[in-house]
Design a protein around this ligand. Structure first.
Ligand code: HEC
Ligand code: HEC
Length: 339
């Protein structure tokens, strides 16, 4: 998937949105038929531009000790990016991390808490793990390992690293990590806001960030999930969450799809399996209040067949008839729920 393709896709989507707004203002996007599968949307599959040779070879500037407000703890730049000794800004806000979560197992297995954060809240480019059923966590690691779960975009390095490095963990380590994350209580982490216009963004660090100089553009058919505070997110502060701009009307349309299955029974009522308020039921994971970028990727990956583990088969009829517009609406709505 080339950068150019992403850009032209965005241009097409924006043009299509303007065209739709101009010609069919009474028609909601969900009622228009679409080709079954569009290319993976760049804003959910945020692929970093290649680093220049100078950037790739540059040593981090460690002269400064970095701080965030509300704690006396400080780290250097290298410490913030240590895959085997992760920066923990709020050690008293979560139970003690097991070795595998805080330090991983060098040289291959990175610390789980580096990407998923010490409190398991996760970031748009990975996944929240806090409160997921332990059995579900174990099963997903097995699916990553067997190849049953991949990404629709092979260029998405966070996922390929999850697969290449993290599936080297032993059965005992899996149990320990799963028990740790399952016991964490998920907290509100993403503020979902309907908006016609959004800040102009670009991909940096495998997520969307606001571009400078600040400009606004039409949201089009996208979800724009960005850090509430870029500096804190870049320091891997697990107390600073995200804001997700979603298209106007998406929350209402998403609510209808999730609670009724939509017109022509396009999908299946989610609470049947994901439980009341979508907070999970037995081994079926919670989907409420989780990253909309992540949710879009999962629904898309299930539709494309990239995610096809045995228990995921139950999701096949759920996603089979959804358009990308439907997926956006559903992700917007379920992300706005309390986790
Ligand atoms: C390099 C970053 C990184 C590290 C380190 C990492 N993960 Fe992940 N993890 C990811 C990404 C990226 C995804 C999948 C996102 C997607 O599918 O779009 C993921 C997904 C998962 C999922 C699936 C969650 C769900 O809701 O289905 C589980 C479970 C998981 N990781 C467990 C772990 C464990 C346990 C460790 C430590 C041994 C770990 N991860 C370390 C990046 C990471
Ligand atoms: C028939 C049961 C069933 C129904 C109905 C159902 N799901 Fe699921 N869903 C599952 C199961 C089981 C999984 C776990 C799949 C796996 O193990 O890979 C899952 C996983 C998911 C995931 C991935 C979660 C994660 O942590 O990665 C998302 C997102 C999801 N479902 C969304 C939905 C939505 C939205 C609806 C309603 C429109 C829905 N599901 C309806 C059974 C169901």
């Amino acid at each position: 998937m080339t950068r150019l393709k992403f850009q032209s896709l965005t241009a097409i989507l924006i043009a299509a949105a303007i065209f739709l707004a101009a010609t069919a203002s009474s028609q909601t996007p969900s009622t228009i038929s679409h080709p079954p599968l569009e290319p993976p949307p760049y804003w959910a599959y945020a692929v970093d531009p290649p680093a220049s040779a100078a950037e790739a070879g540059a040593k981090p500037d460690d002269s400064a000790s970095l701080h965030i407000s509300g704690t006396k703890i400080s780290f250097t730049r290298s410490q913030v990016h240590d895959f085997f000794n992760i920066p923990d800004w709020h050690p008293s806000a979560h139970p003690p991390m097991p070795q595998i979560v805080a330090h991983g197992r060098p040289p291959e297995v990175y610390a789980c808490g580096y990407c998923h954060l010490p409190n398991g809240q996760g970031r748009p480019e990975n996944s929240s793990l806090a409160g997921l059923p332990a059995t579900y966590i174990v099963q997903q690691l097995a699916d990553f390992k067997s190849g049953a779960r991949k990404s629709s975009d092979p260029d998405l390095k966070p996922v390929s690293s999850m697969i290449a490095n993290e599936t080297k963990i032993t059965g005992a380590e899996i149990q320990i990590a799963a028990a740790y994350f399952a016991a964490l209580k998920p907290k509100p982490w993403i503020r979902v806001v309907e908006a016609k216009f959004v800040p102009k963004t670009h991909v940096a660090g495998w997520m969307l960030v606001v571009s400078t100089p600040h400009e606004v553009e039409s949201i089009g058919d996208r979800i724009i999930e960005i850090p509430e505070n870029l500096e804190r997110t870049e320091l891997r502060d697990d107390s600073s969450g995200f804001i997700a701009y979603v298209p106007p009307g998406s929350l209402k349309r998403g609510h209808a799809l999730v609670t009724t299955g939509g017109a022509n029974a396009r999908t299946i009522i989610c609470s049947t399996c994901h439980g009341p308020n979508l907070k999970g039921l037995k081994d079926v994971p919670s989907i409420a209040g989780r990253s909309p970028s992540y949710i879009v990727r999962q629904l898309y990956d299930m539709q494309s067949g990239a995610r096809a583990g045995a228990s995921g088969q139950q999701m096949k009829p759920v996603v089979a008839n959804l358009s990308l517009f439907d997926i956006i609406d559903i992700a917007a709505y379920i992300s706005s729920l309390s986790p």
